[in-house]
Write a protein that binds this ligand. Structure first.
Ligand code: SF4
Length: 456
């Protein structure tokens, strides 16, 4: 039987795989994409532009004339991983351009790897392209370099991330994203919808809406209306829901206005799924984190959402061992989780990130206490997940097929986002299935995080 690895890290998307064979003599670039789905979207944009300019995309270091490393700088462990990836690209290829979140700290990169050709920050698409042009001049051939209508996607063709805004107006103390990515800038809704239409026309069956703060979408534009569509998440969700694909919302904050989205989930217009980074439940911890919506009574909101849409799947991430977190605060979090009964939970032990204001807070928690709290939290989260999945046995549900191999078809239910949630496996009679198929199964077995089912 196929299962997910137990240490699936929700914050680190797997390295993107690129399979694209360049023609002989074509200038060719390799790409290593690290970090979260938002970084993956940036990589896709860069590759789309390069393809449009006539570059080939190499699936390995050796076939590339230069390599772009799109880095992540969110946690110190992610920074170390980025530096390792740059070092590997330098030793395997030698011509390396660095971009992405860690590019906001160029000295940090050049200090460790002085031979990189260029360092650019997040979303500096033009600068990345300039650096590529300098390192490997383009050689366009209009007869063969036709840009696919949907752009170049690093994710499988049947699902695609859709970035609706960049940056964030909050100042959570553990986070340096606003310093790296700037304040909120929303894309006009008509442009997002046009991109989504093109993706759906090209065969995408599931759209994953991402941003740093999806519920704030359009606030920077005062929710203006352009070409008939208001830049507001309610309007955007309704438009996207009309395209016939699954629409999944990530990074929503628990403001009371989120209740307006839930009827669209109950109607089946968008998926009954909310990815809400609660991070903690004790008001004092949330205050010390300077979290948005810290004063909201989240259990009341969750109850209201479930009243409107009983099938809703709630996913969230938490930090344990935040500076000053007392045993009593942690116990409040555990009690909250007992009551909230979230379906999917990720948890991190607090880590100091260079430049984050939380590092200066008093009363840092000892490593062994962090570990103990993490163990207790995850044990509870796992028990909840297991009990919730067990209730699905015997139900008939729709799933989307992600992958088919000799052993099984790996699928996801409407409650599972790719890369971060569980899977449903079909290990009998699956041979005719293809990625992107949406089929109905009867669930016949449940594990801690995954389900098994058979086609009906
Ligand atoms: S809401 Fe907080 S954690 Fe999220 S990007 Fe903004 S500052 Fe960072």
């Amino acid at each position: 039987m196929t299962t997910n690895p137990p240490d699936l890290r929700p914050d680190l998307a797997p390295r993107a795989k690129i399979g694209d064979t360049p023609r002989p003599g074509q200038p060719t670039i390799g790409m290593v994409s690290l970090g979260c789905p938002k970084a993956l979207v940036d990589s896709e944009r860069i590759l789309t532009r390069l393809r449009a300019e006539g570059y080939g995309i190499s699936p390995d270091y050796k076939g590339a004339d230069a390599v772009i490393v799109n880095t992540c700088g969110f946690l110190d462990s992610a920074k170390a991983e980025s530096l390792d990836a740059i070092g590997e690209a330098l030793s395997e290829n030698g011509r390396v351009i660095v971009t992405g979140c860690l590019g906001a700290e160029p000295e940090y990169i050049t200090g460790a790897h002085p031979k990189v050709l260029a360092v650019t920050g997040p979303h500096q698409y033009e600068q990345v392209l300039d650096a590529v042009h300098g390192a490997v001049p383009p050689a366009p051939d209009p007869f063969v370099d036709l840009l696919p209508a949907s752009g170049v996607s690093l994710t499988p063709r049947h699902y695609s991330y859709l970035k609706i805004s960049e940056g964030c107006n909050h100042r959570c103390k553990f986070c340096i994203i606003p310093d790296m990515r700037g304040r909120l800038v929303s894309r006009p809704a008509h442009a997002v919808v046009r991109e989504a239409e093109r993706l759906v026309e090209a065969g995408v069956k599931e759209l994953l809406v991402i941003s740093q703060d999806t519920s704030a979408y359009g606030a920077d534009r005062k929710h203006d209306t352009e070409r008939g569509i208001r830049t507001h998440i309610d309007d955007l969700a309704r438009e996207l829901g009309g395209l016939g694909a699954w629409v999944r919302l990530h990074y929503v904050y628990p403001y009371p206005r989120v209740r307006q989205l839930i009827p669209m989930m109950a109607e089946g217009l968008i998926l009954p799924y909310l990815d809400i980074p609660f991070q903690h439940a004790h008001p004092e911890t949330l205050k010390r984190m300077a979290r948005p919506a810290a004063g909201i009574r989240t259990l009341d909101e969750i109850a209201a959402w479930r009243d409107i849409c009983p099938d809703i799947t709630l996913r969230s991430t938490f930090i344990v061992g935040y500076p000053g977190e007392t045993e009593e605060e942690f116990q409040t979090l555990l009690d909250w989780l007992d009551e909230a009964q979230l379906d999917r939970v990720g948890c991190f032990q607090y880590e100091n990130v260079a430049g984050a204001r939380s590092a200066d807070l008093p009363d840092h928690v000892a490593e062994d206490v962090k570990q103990d709290r993490w163990d207790r939290f995850m044990a509870k989260a796992q028990a909840i997940s297991e009990a919730k999945l067990a209730q699905k046995v015997g139900q008939r549900i729709e799933v989307i097929v992600d992958e088919v191999d000799a052993e099984a078809a790996t699928c996801r239910t409407k409650g599972d986002a790719p890369e971060i949630d569980g899977n449903l496996f079909i290990d009998e009679g699956f041979e005719a299935l293809s990625p992107g198929d949406i089929v109905t199964v009867e669930v016949d077995e449940a594990g801690e995080y995954d389900l098994w089912g058979r086609l009906v």
